[in-house]
Ligand binder design. Structure first.
Ligand code: NAD
Ligand code: TYD
Length: 339
């Protein structure tokens, strides 16, 4: 069994690479990642020595190179994590989101059609459903919820999802899609809420909360997401979408206060800044389908997952300090300086 994992040098992709190498000693895992600002080869240090692992520094939009990799590796399964993934960056500059997230997906699926594949899996997001109001806690996203996006990021992910379903219907490509809620855990890039707040708190820097901090996200420990994808690629029904989420809704401000408390830092570090444009209010997944069909349930409770995550950031300071000392600094100034 050979699995191509695109975006495997990023947050969720790398956790998936480690999960698969550990669980299936007879699988070959081929990572394809062009190492954007969000991709980091040091993240894959523990895999690079493994004879079952291979790394290609390649852009998924590069049709010629992607076809060559398919010709050489003859994958049985492709799992596409590669994406531009940060909403704030998509608001600043949408173009690369459309290129990677939509056109890159197309190149991968064309390669699957040309060389044959048992399964193409698209890693998508609950953000394709738009948002829910705070005063209707009984509402959740199901797989039938209409696509209704807010940001260039979520629109590009929705565009890709529609294309994936079209390749199934039109060409019979054996596809599946997972739409997951917000992940947290090791190797999370420090531009995202939880790792940004941990890093800033540890450095006694202001903790920038958008708007009033009332926005709600449904947080899932990354390893539970990896287990869900593992189940879907092996047992999920072709042509189907599976929602993945933790039934773990929290307001941003509560997360930030919890991080302050866990790290013994003062809440005075919290600074309310201008809201994100088009800011989605609430995400909440109904994971009934994946539970009923595949028996998946989140295994890590938030109270344990956040402790594991904070511990990881404390023990792996070099990993994130290297990141925030580089080009990240100019990104940070641009996003937060006059906010
Ligand atoms: P990330 O930004 O941490 O990692 C993305 C990876 O893709 C990086 O290693 C980057 O180098 C690589 N990449 C980007 N453009 C590429 C290209 N053109 N060619 C090859 N590689 C490229 O992202 P993440 O948080 O790990 O998210 C992975 C996937 O999961 C994305 O598709 C995202 O939409 C989806 N997702 C993320 C979350 C979340 O909470 N982070 C939730 C649901 C779904
Ligand atoms: P983020 O981690 O960017 O994920 P997403 O927008 O894809 O859900 O943000 C999570 C929430 O945290 C979102 O409501 C925006 C908010 N947020 C802040 O308040 N401050 C920040 O500095 C960041 C990065 C996010």
């Amino acid at each position: 069994m050979t699995i191509i994992v695109t975006g495997g040098a990023g947050f969720i992709g790398s956790n998936f690479v480690y999960h698969m190498l550990e669980k299936y000693s007879d699988y070959k895992i081929v990572c394809v990642d062009c190492l954007t600002y969000a991709g980091n080869l040091s993240t894959l240090e523990g895999a690079l020595e493994n004879p079952n692992f291979k790394f290609y520094k390649t852009n998924i939009c590069d049709r010629e190179e992607i076809y060559k990799i398919f010709e050489d590796e003859k994958p049985n399964i492709v799992v596409n994590f590669a994406a531009e993934s940060h909403v704030d960056r998509s608001i600043d500059n949408p173009e690369v989101f459309l290129k990677t997230n939509i056109l890159g997906t197309q190149v991968l699926m064309d390669a699957c059609r040309k060389y044959g594949i048992d399964r193409y899996h698209q890693v998508s997001t609950d953000e394709v459903y738009g948002d829910l109001p705070l005063d209707r806690p009984e509402l959740f996203f199901t797989e039938e919820t209409p696509i209704h996006t807010s940001s260039p990021y979520s629109s590009s992910k929705a565009g890709a999802d529609l294309l994936v379903l079209a390749y199934h219907r039109t060409y019979g490509l054996p596809v599946t899609i997972s739409r997951c809620s917000n992940n947290y855990g090791p190797y999370h890039f420090p531009e995202k809420l939880i790792p940004l707040m941990i890093a800033n708190a540890l450095n006694e820097k202001p903790l920038p909360v958008y708007g009033k901090g009332e926005n709600v996200r449904d947080w899932l420990y990354v390893k539970d997401h990896c287990k869900a994808i593992d189940l879907i690629i092996h047992k999920g029904r072709v042509g189907e979408v599976y929602n993945v989420g933790g039934h773990n809704e929290m307001a941003n401000i509560d997360i930030v206060k919890l991080i302050c408390q866990k790290l013994g830092k003062s809440e005075d570090l919290i600074t309310y800044v201008a809201d994100r444009k088009g800011h989605d209010m609430r995400y909440a997944i109904d994971p009934t389908k994946i539970h009923r069909e595949l028996g998946w349930l989140p295994e890590t409770k938030f109270k344990d997952g956040i402790d594991l995550t904070i511990k990881w950031y404390l023990e792996n300071r070099e990993w994130w300090e290297t990141i925030i000392s580089g080009e990240y600094q100019s990104y940070y100034d641009k996003m937060y300086k006059n906010r």
